[in-house]
Design a protein around this ligand. Sequence first.
Ligand code: ADP
Ligand code: MG
Length: 377
Amino acid sequence: MREAFRRVHGADPEGIWAAPGRVNLIGEHTDYNDGFALPIALPQRTLVAARRRQDGRLRLHSAQGGGPVLDLHIDRLTAGAVTTWGAYPAGVVWALREAGHPVGGADLHIDSTVPTGAGLSSSAALECAVAFACNDLYDLGLDAPALALIAQRAENGFAGVPCGAMDQLASACCAQGAALHLDLRAGTHEQIPFAPEAQGMSLLAVDTRVKHDLGDGAYARLRAGCEHAARLLGVAALRDLGPEDLPHAAEVLPSALVPLVRHVVTENARVSRAVTHLRAGRVTSLGPILTDGHTSLRDDFRISCAESDLVVDTALAHGAHGARMTGGGFGGSVIVLAEEDRVDWIGEAVTTAFRKAGHRDPHLLPVSPAAGARRVG
Ligand code: ADP
Ligand code: MG
């Protein structure tokens, strides 16, 4: 990173920061409903080497971004002005300044092992790495959750991607060997010890390498549907409902909204069950919860796709404890929980099934609960 930084920016960086991608074990599409989620940070992470500048320029370079250095000025950052990958790091500087934090210019060089666009949150990893770098370089004194919210603000307000706070909180706040129990209403989180390998278990992320266009606009539609249902039911958010409220909801809501409510309510309950099992060290019990979560996203939220379903079905047919699609839907990655000695076999079976169905080979990424964002050099 230091050498690459010197090549690009002609000086030494002041430090190096890292922020991981994430995979959510359970609790999908719950964040914008004030609910719960249970992500882990990935070993795959984004590194940022950085150095302050006195002239207010923001010079951005990424090994993945392609192209030359993006040369911006912090006084001219306005929402929508940057339309390339640079919107994510520039958005962080914009969001910090909007919130009144004294951030000046900087030279940044970025490199990452998080696959982009695979639903493993390379965007949050990039934002959080930059947010942590700015926090240290300009001595802002913000803690990890505050930096996560700045990163989310960058993605929503500057890059123009409406997302909840789960991705950024996961990247910023996760700890090694733990899943992060998030309460998105209270804004609180708790580390739940989770070491699948200690029980002979492995997690495999399968990047389906598809992103169906169908997904465009679906997020906004689902989110609006959930918020509409909450209004009709007279609650602040769907988080305020429990399974016992579902019969009443089914009676009074338009039929299109009922499955949305059912997914969010049962998904929050699944997070709570997962946490109970993990606290008791019952890692295998997580499996059926993952699979139930997939069924709910497939049948109630209707955001799965043939490729994700094929991964889940193939993994289960080959003895996985559980599997589910993660992320926004219509492609992206699937998370599989299986015995360690079966994982390679499952990966091969999924690849074979993809070839038979005429899909591109999926990418297989062994993952384990890793550390959140921090300074590393
Ligand atoms: P995901 O977050 O699931 O990977 P997104 O579409 O939210 O998918 O974010 C991917 C985008 O984030 C990329 O298209 C790119 O613009 C930006 N990005 C992520 N990581 C990097 C990186 N290392 N260098 C440059 N841009 C990146
Ligand atoms: Mg993203």
